[in-house]
Design a protein around this ligand. Structure first.
Ligand code: 13P
Length: 340
């Protein structure tokens, strides 16, 4: 493990004005996204869609790195240039999703544990040779009647810590992603309680497994009301609860926090991020690693048509720019209107 290399990659991923594009949808997830625009999920369409995103002019103004799925890391543009090469030339760092997905956890009703540790050391060595310099592993925690259980939080924290240690051994920066889901009618306070419990356990476990905090990034959910909560908290309340929760639980040695969007609308995710950065200075860089909140408007603009590529890239660039402004707390509603 080269601590210096890890720290410099982690810092580059949360450089000023920049954040991460999560484009690591697995086969079932990308099929679901394509279904929403009535496009069949074939290898060619997946390539064309991701090609549209990754060849967006000047994307690196606001995007530091992209998380890829295994297939995409090995894919090339229609013109035959490897996506990793496209990124390298544009100053964007390639990353890779390495988890095997959340699977039902035996003995725990409606809870999951993320699998994929077997053979991970060998897969990481191959991913590094293919150009990946950071990785992602997502654990899923659900809020419900009597859940999450300690068993579920412990098992997921253990897997995250073993994954993170293996990544660092391979000189790959681990993004540690414990996602407390927004599904349900729970309140902001309940999300706060579960997120605090989860992050306390995750950091205790990371330390026990000798993970270098300076050489990782945390990808958490925001502290937010459940999707079907009757009294959803507003932007300021979400920003304050999230920052306070993270200050209690995330050591200042961690260089950056890169949020997932988790089903928030694109504009909502940007507004929350901007409100948090307005509360600064904060102990860590506070940035984004959005999937849907960066892609959804561009996905709809593209709709599987080659003729729409340029327009879709403008829409994508616009979202990246808005989130880039949110990095310094300077995003405004007026900015949303101007698509250059
Ligand atoms: P969303 O921003 O769509 O939640 O996706 C981020 C991600 O990578 C989830 O693992």
């Amino acid at each position: 493990m080269n601590a210096q290399t890890l720290q410099s990659i982690a810092k580059a991923l949360v450089a000023k004005d920049k954040g991460i594009l999560a484009a690591d949808e697995s086969f079932p997830t990308i099929a679901k996204r394509f279904k929403s625009i009535a496009v069949e999920s074939s290898e060619t369409m997946r390539r064309d869609y991701r090609s549209m995103l990754f060849t967006t002019p000047n994307m690196s103004d606001y995007i530091s790195g992209v998380i890829l799925f295994d297939e995409t890391l090995r894919q090339s543009t229609a013109g035959g240039k490897a996506f990793t090469q496209v990124m390298h030339e544009n100053g964007v760092i390639p990353g890779i999703k390495v988890d095997g997905g959340a699977k039902p956890m035996a003995g725990c009703k409606a809870e999951t544990v993320t699998e994929g540790l077997d053979g991970l050391r060998e897969r990481l060595a191959e991913y590094h040779s293919l150009g990946a310099r950071f990785a992602k592993w997502r654990a899923v925690i659900s809020i419900g009647d009597g859940i999450p259980s300690d068993a579920c939080i412990d098992a997921n924290a253990h897997a995250l810590a073993r994954y993170a240690a293996l990544c660092q051994e391979a000189n790959i920066v681990p993004i540690v992603e414990p996602e407390v889901l927004m599904d349900g009618d729970h309140t902001l306070a309940r999300c706060d309680e579960v997120t605090t419990r989860t992050l306390d356990c995750v950091f205790a476990t990371l330390k026990r497994h000798h993970v270098l905090l300076e050489g990782m990034l945390l990808k958490p959910n925001m502290v937010i009301s459940g999707k079907s909560c009757p009294n959803r908290a507003d932007i300021q309340a979400v920003a304050e609860a999230t920052v306070n929760c993270l200050k209690r639980t995330v050591p200042a040695a961690v260089p950056g926090i890169v949020f997932l969007s988790g089903g928030q609308s694109a504009e909502e995710a940007t507004a929350h991020l901007s409100a948090m950065n307005e509360m600064g200075p904060l102990p860590w860089e506070v940035s984004f690693s959005y999937g849907r909140a960066l892609q959804d408007p561009a996905l709809r603009a593209w709709s599987g048509q080659g003729a729409n590529v340029e327009h879709a890239q403008k829409i994508f660039y616009h979202r990246a720019r808005c989130n880039g402004a949110a990095r310094s707390g300077t995003h405004t509603a007026a900015m949303e209107q101007v698509i250059s």
